[in-house]
Design a protein around this ligand. Structure first.
Ligand code: ZN
Length: 422
């Protein structure tokens, strides 16, 4: 009874999510196309019409592609759950492995490989169809497949030991296993923050210390003014994959480093780079990063507590198309992890505007910080260039933007910056 009710609830949320996403996408496409004919007045002198139209076409193409992947992912989700895909997979893997921890690890690995294989043609098309068409792809096919192989090996090297620890806790540590799993998960996240910039990212890109002495002393001056200590300024060879430019910040404590994409450095003037960096430092100084981490820990604790409860509820398995007693006599904690991972996004999607609200508030604060410590006009001109180079639309549908975007629309950000006290 509960199981049927849960199936109905699950399907209802899937349909609701599809309706909302299709509705938002069609609004967005219509809005962008309506404004395709003219550059918005406030950007008219800075962005040529051709670039504006390229941004519109790129946005429409990406949004349509997003709908296609949404449809396919939804079919795959239903296939794995209600149509019995996971049930079938677990029985086949059981026949091959004979049960035990080996069975559970193999089930997770098999699921990851199958999902990866389904995603592959879409990832390939995105890079060599979509991005290529708009001139953003800089990747060779060799690099694409080398990245893929590295990603799979890295996922296995990191993922398998992690799930082994979690599965062992689920089996041996009693009713509070989810709390211990949370401690492990949080520790893992912190470890990744240290390992990502120093060990993992260098497997994919080359990081060289920033050479440009005048830019370096300009940046060091800014860091001194705002009281920020960092181990290093690095340039990343982003141009070997994509023409999109960016700057980011990684690590924490003594490990902090600032990374500029070479594509960004080649396009911006030194004072614009300084302003972009001031915005990033703003996130750090205003404790946005630490707040985001604390929030992430709190949410994952709540979700793991929920998983601790669901693990013992038969309807959670049967409602998602899995018989919890198959394979017979086996612990099947790996299955509940899979079901939870698949079902959770269906129920949380409608809450995504909440995270966007928080993140946009932080963006305004970081912009204000940059305006205070550098010249707001430099950040404005850097933003305009970055929008143009990335073919980001200047005229998003307001509702679509409120739902999905972590950053406020360019026009709103620039209006705020122009109003900032000099
Ligand atoms: Zn930001």
């Amino acid at each position: 009874m509960y199981s049927l009710a849960f199936s109905i609830l699950f399907v209802s949320f899937i349909i609701l999510t599809l309706i909302v996403r299709f509705w938002l996408a069609s609004r967005h496409i219509r809005h962008v196309l309506t404004h395709r004919g003219a550059v918005p007045a406030e950007f008219a002198e800075k962005i040529p019409l051709a670039a504006h139209q390229k941004a519109a076409d790129y946005t429409v193409a990406r949004t349509k592609f997003g709908l296609l992947t949404l449809l396919v992912n939804t079919l795959v989700l239903v296939g794995f759950t209600l149509l019995g895909g996971l049930q079938w997979l677990s029985i086949e893997v059981f026949k091959l492995t004979g049960g035990g921890m080996g069975y559970q690890l193999a089930l997770l690995a098999a699921f990851a490989l199958i999902s990866g294989a389904i995603d592959l043609p879409f990832d390939y098309y995105k890079q060599f169809g979509l991005e290529q068409r708009f001139g953003f792809n800089k990747m060779t096919r060799g690099l694409f497949f080398a990245d893929m192989v590295k990603g799979v090996l890295l996922g296995a090297a990191i993922g398998l030991p992690l799930v082994w620890v979690v599965l062992t806790l689920m089996e041996k540590s009693g009713d509070l296993w989810w709390f211990y799993a949370w401690l492990v998960w949080s520790g893992f996240q912190l470890l990744m923050m240290v390992l990502f910039p120093t060990v993992i990212a260098p497997l994919f890109n080359k990081f060289t210390p920033l050479e440009d002495q005048s830019l370096k002393s300009r940046i060091e001056g800014l860091m001194k003014r705002v009281g920020f200590a960092s181990k290093g300024l690095f340039v990343m060879d982003g141009s070997k994959r994509s023409a999109h430019g960016n700057a980011y910040f990684s690590g924490f404590g003594a490990n902090k480093r600032i990374v500029f994409f070479d594509t960004l450095l080649s396009r911006l003037q030194p004072q614009e780079i300084e302003a972009v960096l001031a915005h990033e430092l703003g996130h750090f100084k205003l404790k946005h990063i630490i707040k985001r981490i604390a929030m992430m820990f709190a949410i994952s604790l709540a979700f793991l507590a929920l998983l601790g409860y669901l693990k013992t509820q038969l309807w959670f398995y049967t409602g998602l198309g899995v018989d919890p007693l198959l394979p017979p006599g086996q612990r099947n904690d790996a299955m509940v992890l899979l079901l939870f991972m698949l079902a959770l996004p269906v129920f949380t999607f409608l809450f995504s505007p909440l995270t966007s609200i928080g993140s946009r508030k932080h963006e305004f604060e970081a912009d204000a910080f940059a305006a205070k410590h550098t010249d707001a006009r430099d950040l404005v001109s850097a933003l305009v260039k970055m929008y143009e180079d990335n073919a980001s639309t200047l005229t998003p549908d307001p509702l679509h933007s409120a739902f999905y975007d972590s950053h406020p629309p360019a026009s709103v950000r620039i209006r705020h910056l122009n109003a900032a006290p000099a």
